[in-house]
Design a protein around this ligand. Structure first.
Ligand code: ADP
Ligand code: MG
Length: 366
């Protein structure tokens, strides 16, 4: 059994926060690379420990090396992996995930995604001539409990199904085979641009939807009869802020409730998983939201999972930061059993993974 890797990241103060004088009221005090003291709105000091804490001077590569690289390496060995960014809007989730832009040229500023892409291709470079591999990429957005394909906006209600051999599947989602890192980044950039187009059409902000990046890595060894397949999922969650704070009304309020529903479903899944560990057997409510259903295997299952809790260091965001940190502290108790997940018989054509006979979709569809 292993635990979820949980890290906290405090971004630097924004220029607006500096102008507001927030520099004088930063709510955290660093103890070491794992522990810090957080001052809440009643001036009480709470000590938090995580697997690693990234302070404002931390580098994008530090986050990648600690949080993502071990998961990237495992995914190449067919152990599924999931990397999630959590926190209120403006806390640094997208900056950590993408960097200032997915095609960003400044090496230092590149986010997790471009580093994951490079890491995957570097780990797969065949030193062994008997090995052939392929990487497929899908990108979806979950908004108001609907899954939209970011590579094909006409697919705006993708269904989740379950296959005996391949686990949770997004039925009919576009999968792009990417042959090198440059091609992967171009595809990611297209998906991100599509996300913006859809958002303009629907008049919604990206902070109100969850963005999910899925890499499927397949490897075949010509000597063996079987092929290995690993999945690496990155999730940039919607902002976790409370509805009241945003002053939302009407449709925006309905949206916020639905977003909070999937985030509270995520919280409930985490609670149930940790209750189970305390000896109480409980039902795990994965089916309560699209998000938790998609992440079913990542949470307490067979995948290796890392959670980055992104926070503002400013005292003006203290209650949202505290709720993010408490979420992370709870998630730390989840245990999972990462294992080689998907080994399939080679199909007759020997290339792409076709479902083996008898691999029926489960009849229950969300
Ligand atoms: P979120 O996705 O959580 O809503 P963003 O990632 O968009 O938040 O970050 C909000 C702002 O803070 C952006 O302008 C971003 O460039 C900046 N920012 C976030 N994290 C960092 C960081 N670690 N270093 C520098 N700037 C950051
Ligand atoms: Mg964002």
């Amino acid at each position: 059994m292993s635990s979820i890797t949980v890290c906290a990241r405090f971004r630097p103060l924004t220029s607006k926060e500096k102008l507001n004088g927030d520099a004088d009221s930063v709510c955290i005090r660093c103890i070491d690379s794992e522990t810090f003291v957080f001052k809440d709105d009643k001036d009480e000091e709470l000590t938090f420990s995580f697997d690693r804490v990234f302070y404002e001077e931390s580098k994008q590569d530090d986050v990648y090396q600690f949080l993502a690289l071990p998961i990237v390496r495992d995914s190449v060995n067919a152990i599924n992996g999931t990397i999630i960014t959590y926190g209120q809007t403006g806390a640094g989730k997208t900056y950590s995930m993408e960097g200032p832009g997915i095609l960003e040229c400044d090496e230092q500023k590149k986010g997790l995604l471009p580093r994951v892409v490079k890491g995957l291709f570097d780990s797969l470079s065949p030193s062994d001539e008997e090995l052939t591999f392929s990487i497929k990429l899908s990108m979806v957005e979950i908004y108001m409990e609907k899954i939209r394909d970011l590579f094909d906006l006409s697919k705006d209600n993708i269904q989740i199904k379950e296959s005996k051999s391949r686990g949770i599947i997004l039925h009919g989602v576009t999968e792009i085979t990417v042959l090198d890192p440059a091609e992967a980044l171009q595809s990611l950039s297209r998906g991100i641009a599509n996300r913006a187009v859809g958002e303009t059409q629907m008049n919604l902000a990206s902070s109100r939807s969850h963005c999910v990046y899925i890499f499927t890595i397949q490897q075949e060894f010509s000597r063996e009869k079987r092929m290995r397949s690993g999945k690496l999922i990155l999730v940039d969650l919607a902002g976790s802020e409370k509805v009241e704070k945003t002053g939302a009304e009407g449709r925006v309020l309905e949206e916020a409730k639905t977003i909070n529903k999937s985030l509270s479903a995520l919280g409930n899944v985490i609670n149930s998983l940790t209750c189970g560990l305390q000896g109480k057997t409980s039902h795990i409510p994965y089916r309560d939201s699209k998000l938790t259903r998609m992440l079913q295997d990542a949470l307490g299952g067979t995948a290796r999972t890392a959670l980055l809790c992104c926070c503002s260091p400013s005292a003006s965001n203290v209650s949202e930061s505290l709720s993010t940190l408490r979420f992370g502290a709870r998630a730390k108790h989840i245990k999972s059993s990462p294992r080689v997940h998907c080994i399939e018989e080679k199909s007759n054509t020997g290339s792409t993974a076709s479902s083996p006979p008898g691999d029926e979709f489960s009849s229950r569809i969300m």
